[in-house]
Design a protein around this ligand. Structure first.
Ligand SMILES: Cc1ncc(COP(=O)(O)O)c(C=O)c1O
Length: 384
């Protein structure tokens, strides 16, 4: 799915020099690299403030906590996302309330949101999934009507935009992950919260560092969630390349679009007008129940109950091509949340997405020949 070696080889001297600088300085936590990186990411997201933290998950936890989410509160989250979006809520003792998504963008469906708002709703988490912004205007309007803060889970979409506004800059806080596979990936864990709100940024700086507001003076319970200098220095190097890498992702996506656009039975990523997709993933939907046997390409019974996307995945694997189902289980049906009472059929679009999606390799260093090979394998895999 991803060749991190290829990327490292293209920037190795810059990375090594940046690491050497940190080693020479011997300052490893909350130093000048972190501070500079916070400013650079904030600028890239069109926000005045950035607060570096230890991961995208903790970015969500701290942001939600700073928005007032605590035990007994409800937080609306989409059901089709990575588990961290939900677990950030439960870590705070609050209850995630799962909402359905739009079939085309895989993002929160604004028209399904209001029915989940109760007097206990303390925040809405919007995920910009796979590199594409959610439909923010109706969500922000609804949230403002009810006085509920919106936190953007921007783990997958750094650089994406919605009608000229960067993802992460539209809500009360935007949460970024620099997990190694992300469009801007560290060599370990790292995350950041960006915001337009100076007071919130000041509070978050205290929260990430044991609630300290002065030297060895803590005014509230906090976390140890700091972005270390080595990761910040590495990420600063990579940030300088991000625009080129994003352009390469977009160009590869257009190539897949043209190579796969005529295939019946699959849906390609669609980008609504006014949004810029940064293609963290290139995710196709393969609809319908399976009829062919896995691996053999023969039409026949499928006793395993596999979906057509399972079969395509297996046929790609047979040719040495990786593909991944992000995500096979919606949050409301996760065993972790069984006590919340979610049932199959509750959130049909999310459940269908889990059965149909398949992400195929897309990263900046892919060659034209590799893209053609993957596309040909998808075409062949869809033949019954
Ligand atoms: C949508 C989403 N939210 C949250 C996270 C959590 O980020 P991290 O792995 O940096 O904790 C991730 C990525 O892993 C993600 O994809």
């Amino acid at each position: 799915m991803l060749d991190l070696h290829a990327q490292y080889e293209s920037i190795a001297p810059e990375i090594r020099a940046a690491i050497d600088d940190v080693l020479a300085a011997q300052q490893f936590v909350l130093g000048p690299q972190c501070e500079a990186f916070e400013q650079e990411v904030a600028r890239a997201c069109s926000t005045p403030y950035g607060v570096g933290v230890a991961s995208g998950t903790e970015a969500l936890e701290l942001a939600l906590h700073a928005c007032g989410v605590g035990a007994g509160d409800e937080v609306i989250v989409p059901a089709f996302t990575f588990i961290a979006t939900g677990s950030a809520v439960t870590t705070l003792g609050a209850r995630p309330v799962f909402a359905d998504i739009e079939p085309v963008t895989f993002n929160l469906d604004p028209s399904h949101l209001e029915m989940h708002i109760t007097p206990r709703t303390r925040a809405i988490v919007v995920v910009h999934l796979f590199g594409l912004a959610a439909d923010m205007d109706p969500i922000l309007t609804l949230a403002a009507k009810h006085g509920i803060p919106v936190v953007e889970d921007n783990a997958q979409s750094i650089g994406a935009s919605y009608h000229g506004r960067k993802t992460g800059s539209m809500g009360r806080a935007g949460c970024l992950s620099f997990y190694p596979s992300k469009n801007l990936g560290a060599y370990g864990d790292a995350g950041m919260i960006v915001t337009n709100d100076e007071k919130l940024a000041t509070r978050l700086r205290a929260l990430r560092n044991h609630g300290q507001t002065g030297r060895y003076v803590s005014t509230e319970r906090g976390w140890n969630s700091r972005l270390d200098e080595l990761q910040a220095a590495i990420l600063r190097v990579k940030l300088r390349h991000l625009a080129d890498w994003t352009a390469a992702r977009q160009s590869h996506a257009r190539r897949y679009d043209s190579l796969l656009g005529d295939l019946p039975g699959i849906t390609l990523p669609r980008v609504p007008t006014g949004r810029e997709h940064v293609y963290y993933l290139y995710t196709i939907s393969v609809s319908g129940r399976a009829t062919g046997g896995v691996g053999g390409g023969t039409v026949g019974k499928n006793p395993s109950g596999a979906t057509r996307s399972d079969i395509v995945q297996q046929r790609l694997a047979d040719r040495g091509i990786a593909s991944v189902v992000y995500y096979p289980v919606p949050l409301h049906l996760q065993p972790l949340y069984a006590s919340l009472g979610g049932k199959p059929g509750d959130l049909r679009i999310s459940e269908r997405a889990c059965r149909e999606v398949l992400s195929i390799p897309l990263y900046p260093e892919l060659t034209a020949a590799q893209i053609e090979r993957v596309a040909q394998a998808v075409r062949d895999a869809l033949r019954d």
